[in-house]
Design a protein around this ligand. Structure first.
Ligand code: ADP
Ligand code: ZN
Length: 673
């Protein structure tokens, strides 16, 4: 009997910190365990709580304590390792411990449910026997695997960055590293971005490891997800493949964590807790003494910088396994184009001609635009200049209501103008081109072609994404127009032309990672063309051909890009040199929002005066009003996130955010909208 522990520490999925002490009623004392859920009274309601501790003595006056009502789980739903990870998460990402734990629980088990009944017609993913054996590695793969195996053998926490273009054999290295981990009776987790988690990817792992593989991702129904989660928790599947939340997969004895496409933004969760699965994964692996492989063709600046500091070990795969060369890339200078044809056109003459040629030969075309209608950036269509804040090097955002150009990091502002400050022509453009415009222009120019558009507007159902791609694969579509959704992951052997309508759309985002995003997109997009036997071609349209992100992207030259970019990051004090915390205050009355955030900024500035932290802003957000709520934000620059969240916690202790306003805290933000 556990009668020594009549008190339990409980946290809730609420933005309140805790843990809170409760009395464990005598009849539950020999049943309650750390990691189970309970029903407990809180603020006049009965809520689901997580037991994070059991003790003989409460932290507070016993007469005020309430009793737990009942237990939900007989066995812990979350183990000690994951409890520890959730604690890290709540500290690093400034959320409550309960909110952090909630992220680790499968959706179907939320709100106190204990199981999810699969619907009748539902089948679990087909289990099959392993049928394929490992390939003979080439010498670069061998070198990489040898390094990784040493760390696996020693059960040592170590992070490898596997840098190699698509088709260089990274996945084969993952497969063989996983095999080694299984032989040591440990588990492996492979994280992939949601978009590249295709049946083909999973198939390769099932062919190698059969029933040992479980998958966790959003295309499964709640019932299927729960079944997969249970298989992992009960130790039946030592390999988990999944999207972001699979970083919390309840594997026993984690030996290896692989994060493919580690630079991907989909690893960052936009809702509380706003964690990055890569960074959470590294924290988990550190505790477990596990090996980490980060894989990418275009590593994040943060990860590559860590290899230069010898925090991570760099492993490179420089050749494509099949010896195929990357497609030829041409850059079209849209400034020249505009000078000659005297009007702005979506398609340059070169791109139009190339499309006609492909249509004639019955080959396929991808037209790529990195965003939907977001079009508040300003650039000169004559000289290519992008108006930027001198201090932050962030593209200025046009606020039409105020007729002003604003830096939404530091609030620098300039009056609205159409005259370019560099070439003095009235050529400043305030609008971008959306995917819809590209689609309609293509339909006008190529009336006989079968054209489809794929973006978040046209892929709203669970299945639409897959249907588009399978129609494209079958040759039922000639031209596929789309956003980043189509920039990665899949092989289309009949695509021989990729057109990038406007490389500058990413370049002009009001974000310090704009150049990095542009480079990544161009590199990835180029990888889509010419994957079959036919030679591929990539045409990039841009107003800034001399920009290093555009030129290095078109040459697939990561190192050239990295050297330039890291210098800017150092000079301007951006990651990886400093961390950012993005605070956004939202509310229905603009003056209230502005006054409150100004006060908060002042408090933060005073509190951080003695430290190395810097407070930028407040400034109106680039999208200043969403659903009737005004949005203003602040940016904190600090050496470590923990310093920033502590600073914030101290300031918020005696600075209460009024209830009609809402403060959003984003640590290590990936887009600051
Ligand atoms: P990446 O993950 O870097 O895109 P993959 O591991 O998928 O690369 O490899 C690309 C292709 O080459 C796949 O079809 C894979 O089966 C094949 N491949 C990988 N390594 C080898 C090897 N050592 N020998 C023969 N084929 C290989
Ligand atoms: Zn600025």
């Amino acid at each position: 009997m556990n009668t020594d522990f009549p008190y339990a520490q409980i946290v809730f999925n609420l933005p309140v910190k805790g843990p809170f002490d409760y009395i464990v009623p005598p009849e539950l004392r020999n049943k309650i365990k750390r990691g189970v859920r309970v029903w407990a009274p809180f603020g006049g309601r009965t809520l689901v709580g997580y037991v994070v501790g059991l003790s003989g003595k409460p932290g507070v006056d016993i007469s005020r304590l309430k009793q737990i009502k009942s237990l939900i789980d007989a066995e812990p739903i979350i183990d000690a390792a994951l409890l520890k990870l959730s604690k890290w998460l709540s500290k690093y990402y400034f959320c409550s411990p309960g909110e952090a734990i909630e992220a680790a629980i499968p959706g179907g088990l939320k709100k106190g449910r204990t199981s999810v009944k699969p619907r009748l017609q539902e089948k679990s993913p087909e289990a099959q026997e392993a049928s394929k054996s490992p390939l003979i590695l080439n010498s670069e793969q061998k070198t990489a695997l040898r390094e990784i195996s040493i760390s696996i053998e020693k059960s040592q926490f170590r992070v490898f960055l596997l840098h190699g273009i698509t088709g260089s054999g990274k996945t084969e290295v993952y497969l063989q590293a996983i095999k080694m981990v299984l032989e040591k009776d440990k588990s492996a987790i492979l994280l992939v971005p949601e978009i590249s988690l295709t049946p083909q990817t999973v198939e390769r792992f099932r062919e190698r490891f059969g029933k040992k593989v479980a998958t966790l991702h959003s295309r499964l129904t709640a019932g299927q997800r729960f079944e997969e989660w249970k298989k992992v928790k009960e130790g039946r599947c030592p390999i988990v493949i999944g999207a972001r939340s699979a970083v919390f997969a309840p594997v026993k004895k984690l030996g290896l964590l692989i994060i493919d496409e580690e630079h991907e933004t989909t690893y960052k969760q936009e809702d509380v807790p706003r964690y990055n699965a890569r960074d959470a994964g590294i924290a988990r692996a550190r505790e477990a003494g596990a090996t980490v492989i980060l894989g990418s063709a275009t590593p994040s600046l943060e990860s590559f910088y860590n290899t230069s500091k010898y925090k991570y070990k760099l492993l490179s795969l420089n050749e494509r396994v099949d010896g195929r060369i990357l497609p030829a890339t041409k850059i079209v200078d849209m400034r020249e184009e505009l000078k000659i044809i005297k009007r702005f056109s979506v398609f340059s003459r070169m791109l139009e001609e190339a499309i006609r040629e492909r249509l004639k030969r019955k080959e396929q075309i991808i037209l790529f635009l990195n965003r939907r209608g977001f079009s508040t950036f300003i650039h000169c269509r004559r000289c290519g200049l992008v108006l930027k804040c001198k201090r932050c090097s962030i593209a200025l955002t046009h606020h039409s209501g105020k007729r002003k150009l604003i830096c939404h990091y530091c609030n620098y502002s300039a009056p609205y103008t159409e005259i370019c400050p560099q070439c003095k022509n009235a050529y400043l453009g305030y609008s971008g081109t959306g995917t819809q415009k590209v689609e309609s222009e293509a339909a006008r120019l190529f009336p006989a072609a079968r054209i489809e558009r794929m973006d978040t507007d046209t892929t709203t159902t669970r299945d639409s994404h897959r249907r588009f791609l399978s129609a494209f694969k079958k040759g039922e579509i000639d031209i596929l127009v789309g956003t980043q959704m189509i920039a990665k992951g899949l092989d289309f052997p009949r695509v021989t032309l990729v057109g990038v309508i406007m490389a500058d759309t990413a370049l002009n985002l009001p974000d310090f990672r704009a150049a990095e995003r542009t480079f990544q997109l161009l590199t990835q997009v180029a990888g889509r063309a010419g994957r079959g036997d036919k030679k591929g071609e990539v045409i990039i349209q841009t107003f800034a051909p001399e920009n290093y992100a555009v030129s290095a992207g078109s040459r697939h030259d990561y190192h050239a890009f990295y050297e330039k970019e890291i210098t800017y990051r150092r000079e301007l004090g951006y990651p990886p040199f400093l961390h950012l915390i993005h605070l956004t205050l939202r509310g229905k009355k603009e003056e209230r929002v502005v006054q409150t955030i100004q006060k908060l900024a002042l408090r933060l500035k005073t509190a951080s005066a003695a430290s190395k932290a810097e407070v930028l802003g407040p400034a109106a957000s680039p999208i200043p009003r969403i659903r009737g709520k005004f949005r203003w934000s602040l940016v904190l620059k600090i050496p470590t996130p923990i310093q920033g969240t502590q600073l914030l916690e101290n300031v918020l202790k005696d600075f209460k955010i009024p209830p009609d306003l809402n403060l959003r805290v984003d640590v290590d933000p990936l887009g600051m909208m």
